[in-house]
Design a protein. Structure first.
Length: 478
């Protein structure tokens, strides 16, 4: 009956009970903001594409076992990856710490003392003999999360954990892209060296023929010197290409975290870059929603979730906090009596803390949290806009480099025919040796330019996969 009267006469009891059971929400839950971007990267017919067509291990689409081994090694041993993993471990520990505050904290305090009081004090004592005192107590403290401060703190910590995981994925995506780009560069340099060496060998044969013609009085000394100059310049170019190859190997060593890189196919020349297949690329009219696969966008959104939750934490500090406290133990003069019922001690109570005057400190913290939430929103919008630009740039580069490669292939074929004709004309006395030198230079230049264009096209595909957050898998029709 007393309880019934309490409930009917004290409506506040119902309010407090409801707060105890469900808590009070003083700040709305996170809602993803809408960022205006075009619906497609290239405005053509809408294609049916989904995020499921994005593959995370996109480098395997190049079907190169050496590249696969390099990327796998980098994703394990690279220092930036190891640093990102350590940050994940730290954020996981923070989440466990914050989550612990949602549960009661129990402690054990125990002490044993021997003391003597003064006989010459202001208050006389019956006995000044030394005495023992032993006590122990289990204490607990539990904050009632009326305003969601603890729950929102855990929400923020969980979002930070996810943000660090996506940060690690961002590092991994960037690292894989760097490894792939440097490996393509290495393969390109191998092909350029092979082309230049082949051209140098052909020129040496041509120089030997020119010397014989000079000795026979058919060619002039100028023809010999011009051929020697051209050959020396080409030899210097080969030396420079070899230097760049060594630097590319050093860069791969740094990226993989192995300064003594011994992977087969790295220290020795690899196969022709033209044998490296181009992976499938997304169709025109790709929907921009596929950018959501990018880990940096996911990271930016998780930071927004954390910032939103931290506003609720800061606002909750403006409201009273209520904690339940209790202690249970024993105290006696003899250690053997400390567990007896006569020695039992206990306390229990409720503690309330209500900010009255803090000179605006707590409201300033709310403003700080709100400002950080605005910063997180701007960063999120910026990450989406940057991603949109990067995808568009990569698509443009891929299309233009493809056209350039096709044009240079035709140019290379024409240069081969031009060299053949110029050599025949020179040998038959219809033209000067300078025409042969020009044709040789044109063949070498177009050959190197074709390889460099192939390199640029492959790197553009790498950039596209990085911009999308992964490689593209064509949808299989059933």
């Amino acid at each position: 009956m007393q309880v019934r009267n309490l409930i009917t006469k004290k409506p506040i009891f119902v309010l407090v009970s409801a707060m105890l059971l469900s808590g009070c929400q003083i700040w709305p839950d996170y809602l993803r903001p809408k960022v205006e971007v075009p619906a497609q990267f290239i405005e053509q017919a809408q294609q049916s594409a989904t995020e499921s067509q994005i593959t995370s291990n996109w480098w395997t689409l190049y079907q190169d076992p050496v590249l696969n081994e390099l990327v796998d090694k980098a994703l394990v041993s690279n220092k930036d990856i190891r640093l990102a993993v350590a940050k994940i471990e730290e954020s996981d520990a923070v989440l466990r710490e914050v989550g612990a505050f949602l549960l009661p904290q129990v402690n054990l305090d125990a002490a044993g003392r021997r003391a003597r009081v003064t006989e010459a004090g202001a208050f006389p004592v019956f006995s000044a003999n030394p005495r023992n005192n032993f006590n122990f107590a289990f204490g607990t403290n539990f904050e009632l999360d009326f305003w969601g401060k603890l729950r929102r703190s855990k929400e923020a910590a969980r979002a930070q954990v996810m943000a660090t995981r996506y940060a690690k994925d961002t590092v991994a995506l960037s690292l894989a892209g760097l490894v792939a780009s440097n490996y393509v560069t290495l393969r390109s340099l191998d092909s350029q060296i092979a082309i230049a060496q082949s051209n140098l060998k052909s020129r040496e044969n041509s120089l030997a023929l020119t010397k014989r013609r000079f000795e026979g009085g058919v060619a002039s000394a100028l023809d010999v010197y011009q051929a020697e100059v051209a050959n020396s310049n080409l030899a210097a170019q080969i030396s420079d290409l070899k230097r760049m190859r060594l630097l590319a190997v050093n860069q791969l060593s740094l990226l993989t975290g192995d300064m003594n890189l011994t992977i087969a196919g790295i220290q020795t020349a690899s196969v022709d870059i033209s044998a490296m297949p181009l992976p499938p690329v997304p169709p025109a009219g790709l929907p921009s929603t596929l950018m959501e696969a990018r880990p940096d966008i996911k990271q930016a959104e998780e930071l927004m979730v954390a910032a939103n939750a931290n506003i609720a934490v800061a606002k909750a500090a403006l409201y009273p906090s209520i904690s339940l406290t209790a202690n249970y133990g024993g105290e006696s003069l003899a250690l053997s009596d400390v567990l007896r019922s006569a020695a039992r001690i206990w306390t229990g109570g409720v503690a309330l803390n209500l900010p009255i005057f803090d000179a605006g400190k707590l409201s300033a913290r709310v403003d700080q949290a709100s400002a950080r939430q605005k910063q997180a929103l701007v960063s999120y919008e910026g990450s989406i806009q940057t991603a949109f630009r990067e995808v568009n740039d990569a698509l443009i580069n891929l299309r233009q480099y493809t056209e350039r490669e096709q044009a240079l292939f035709q140019s290379q074929e024409a240069a081969k025919k031009a060299l053949e004709i110029s050599e025949n004309r020179y040998q038959n006395g219809y033209s000067s040796y300078i025409d042969v030198l020009d044709a040789q230079r044109a063949l070498n230049d177009t050959g190197l330019a074709y390889v460099q264009s192939r390199q640029a096209r492959l790197i553009a595909s790498v950039d596209l996969f990085k911009a999308l957050g992964g490689g593209w898998k064509p949808e299989v029709k059933k």
